[in-house]
Design a protein around this ligand. Sequence first.
Ligand SMILES: Nc1ncnc2c1ncn2[C@@H]1O[C@H](COP(=O)(O)OP(=O)(O)OP(=O)(O)O)[C@@H](O)[C@H]1O
Ligand SMILES: [Mg+2]
Length: 305
Amino acid sequence: MNTPFLSLKQVSVCFGHGKKRFNAVNNVSFDVYRGETFGIVGESGSGKTTIGRAIIRINPISAGEIVLNGERISGSLPSKQKRALTRRIQMIFQDPMSSLNERAKVNYIVAEGLSRDKGTAAGRDEAVAAALMEVGLRPEFATRFPHEFSGGQRQRIGIARALIMRPELVIADEPISALDVSIRAQVLNLMRKLQKQRGLTYVFISHDLSVMRFICDRVAAIHHGRIVELAGAETLFTRPLHPYTRSLLSAIPLPDPEHERHKQVLVYDERIHDYSVDAPLWVELDPGHFVLGNQQELDKYRKDL
Ligand SMILES: Nc1ncnc2c1ncn2[C@@H]1O[C@H](COP(=O)(O)OP(=O)(O)OP(=O)(O)O)[C@@H](O)[C@H]1O
Ligand SMILES: [Mg+2]
């Protein structure tokens, strides 16, 4: 676990021009180790998808650097390296309904990323059949259209489409949020199985902290483009330090109606931080447990540890 597989180093992503220019991702740093599932959790608009899209080079970064297995993968790169990256890093999306091309058959959709390869049509069909079987679908499904499938099956098609590329890193952006609760666990279990078999590394994006505890090794909480806390999933759940992480946790429903009736959801108000006089630092307060805060806040977090 010592050398990181993926590193984001002080990465920022800007959108807009002139006065409207803003940092959707602000000075974000984290390391992801090979074979782990690294979670990014935060409310809508906090910059989660923007980070994922920066890693796969859709969103150009305005500051910092992204490194994969020792190679810089952000900024301008030779086209050969860019092509290799489109294979090595794959993304799975939230909405299997809109992320699949409705007019194409499953075999085309799943093999789309392969089409530049020199392989034969028969070879591609074979690869599609193998990928479908690997995600628990029948190879005959290859000649059907996406609308003929359920939400869970469609997400499996999305996973097959990523897998066929033999990626090393998979960015899963809310992969189960659009699915019925009853099939979420199936898709998560499938992702886990594939991770083990293939030694995949996952960056798992979700707004739902309870899913994170189930699937992630470590989790980063992000608010307004800044990571405010990063820790092992269990630590983040049981001993959160930053008030934003605490508010996310307090919003998770518990299966105890009596508790739910009386509970208070913490509301996070970022105005509690006065960073104009005392700038925040990103500090490892306990091994592997990082938190953002100014001196005064860090003193308080140290006491809370
Ligand atoms: N292409 C773009 N152009 C301009 N602004 C953008 C663009 N993409 C995202 N943004 C803005 O950047 C911020 C972060 O968006 P992002 O999609 O990363 O949030 P998110 O955390 O993934 O939210 P959600 O949970 O709703 O998916 C938002 O304010 C969003 O409006
Ligand atoms: Mg998003």
